[in-house]
Design a protein around this ligand. Structure first.
Ligand SMILES: *Cc1c(COP(=O)(O)O)cnc(C)c1O
Length: 455
């Protein structure tokens, strides 16, 4: 059968408030053409992020009722810890309120002026925490990972020759090696098991601890099972364990592959590192058996972790993205290939080539997609990365629009609606105009800046 059916049925529904093209044209104007400024109930299909926006299962909601809110030693913590260790067999599991809190603690220990931290590609909060400590963050992904149309099966892989040379050259300045699965900032592209193992061996060779940013470990394992030689007959759980078993610890946002609306954790094998991290945790997040989460959150995550490795779920999730990519490609729309694990990316610079990169083709596409169909996407390009600390501006490496797909939230007819919205956009593509920035803050301008349409 070719139809992708959701491997679940729906017990609770949330209404989507329908709006007209005319209303949306007014709403986005009132929001100064910034999609972050919109009220979410003015959005029909919200593809701004896949973080914390997934649907919980009936079993997760039932687990919420079991949450034990004891300050110390709650049974909810021990269920959470056991569920994490079942997949990621680290000795110490330290809950945090989300992924960036785990990063802040890790880099209070491993960061600092003069230090250098390599990764395939640092996610922006990881980079932010490293740089805030005074250290520098370097991206060493393979070259294929930077080419939107290259169909390499593991475009998130670490460039091992570069990493070897980097460690040989900078030796003492490097406190640890990281890898991010899947490579979020690089289009949600996977990392192979062999590459994770080789990265670990290189880190060992130079005596450096190796950490995995594991936010999308289950999606990554699904790609390994599909694409890596010898992995086809293995379970997702076995593959996930193999990935984590070669690391010394991990950071995690449970808003991704733990089916949580909030949560995260930090893990170590080393007793001294765990002790240091817990001391920091008590100061900033909470006691080590809750770490910024309620008992009911911990229960929801413990249950979510048993559901995320389900192959029927992963097949449906990844297949939906592939389906959207195939259909948009067939319409002649340039999309990043192959489809990533959690999002579909449109190459707005090449599709709207009549708009200069400094007039933000990604923003023009994102606004038009909202006006035409009520779909909220996210510009990942010159608005986000084009301005430099000295105030000057230049085009980012790419002007992409990201359609991030929340977990278990939308259905196949929503996917067809997204495709139809792009069919409509094909008709008006050449008449779309660029934007200028009427006001911007001094940092991270994309969240709050105000745009004005150009004539
Ligand atoms: C989301 C994310 C983070 C940060 O997690 P939060 O829960 O949003 O703080 C870190 N790394 C990657 C790869 C992510 O996708």
């Amino acid at each position: 059968m070719k139809t992708i059916i959701e491997p679940f049925r729906i017990k609770t529904v949330e209404p989507i408030r329908m709006t007209t093209h005319e209303e949306r044209t007014r709403l986005i104007k009132d929001a100064d053409y910034n999609l972050f400024t919109l009220h979410s109930d003015d959005v029909l299909i919200d593809l701004l992020t896949d973080s914390g926006t997934g649907a919980m299962s009936a079993a997760q909601w039932a687990a919420v009722m079991r949450g034990d809110e004891s300050y110390a030693g709650s049974p909810s913590y021990f269920r959470f810890r056991d569920a994490v260790q079942n997949l990621a067999p680290f000795k110490h599991i330290i809950p945090t309120h989300q992924g960036r809190a785990a990063e802040a603690i890790l880099f209070s220990m491993f960061g600092g002026t003069g230090r250098l931290i390599p990764n395939n590609t640092h996610f922006d909060t990881t980079r932010g925490n490293i740089e805030a400590s005074g250290a520098l963050a370097h991206d060493l992904v393979i070259d294929e990972g930077k080419d939107p149309s290259n169909e390499h099966p593991f475009k998130g892989n670490m460039n091992l020759e570069k990493l070897d040379a980097y460690l040989a050259e900078h030796g003492d300045a490097v406190p640890c090696v990281m890898i991010t699965i899947t490579n979020n900032a690089g289009g949600g592209q996977p990392v192979s098991l062999a590459n994770i193992q080789s990265t670990s061996e290189l880190a060992r060779k130079y005596g450096k601890p190796f950490f995995i940013d594991g936010c999308r470990f289950a999606e990554n394992a699904w790609f390994i099972k599909q694409r890596e030689k010898g992995q086809q007959d293995r379970s997702i759980t076995e593959i996930v364990r193999d990935c984590f078993s070669v690391a010394d610890g991990m950071t995690m946002s449970a808003k991704k592959d733990a089916f949580g609306n909030i949560g995260g954790w930090l893990a170590f094998n080393d007793d001294d590192l765990a002790e240091q991290a817990r001391t920091h945790l008590i100061r900033t997040e909470g006691f080590p058996t809750y770490g910024g989460l309620s008992g009911r959150d911990l229960e929801a995550l413990a249950q979510g972790l048993t559901e995320i490795v389900d192959e029927d779920y992963l097949r449906y999730r990844i297949r939906t993205n592939e389906y959207i990519v195939e259909r948009l490609s067939a319409l002649g729309i340039p999309v990043v290939k192959p489809a990533g694990g959690h999002a579909v990316f449109i190459d707005a610079r090449s599709w709207l080539s009549h708009i200069d990169p400094l007039s933000y083709p990604g923003q023009a596409l994102a606004v038009a997609l909202y006006e035409i169909a009520g779909i909220r996407s996210c510009e990942i390009g010159t608005v986000m990365f084009g301005r430099h600390p000295d105030g000057s501006e230049s085009p980012a490496a790419m002007d992409l629009v990201r359609l991030a797909i929340p977990r278990r939230t939308y259905t196949q007819s929503h996917a067809d609606y997204i495709i139809e919205a792009f069919e409509e956009l094909c008709e008006v593509r050449t008449s779309l105009k660029g934007y200028g920035i009427a006001w911007e803050p001094s940092l991270m301008r994309h969240f709050t800046c105000k745009f004005a349409p150009l004539d």
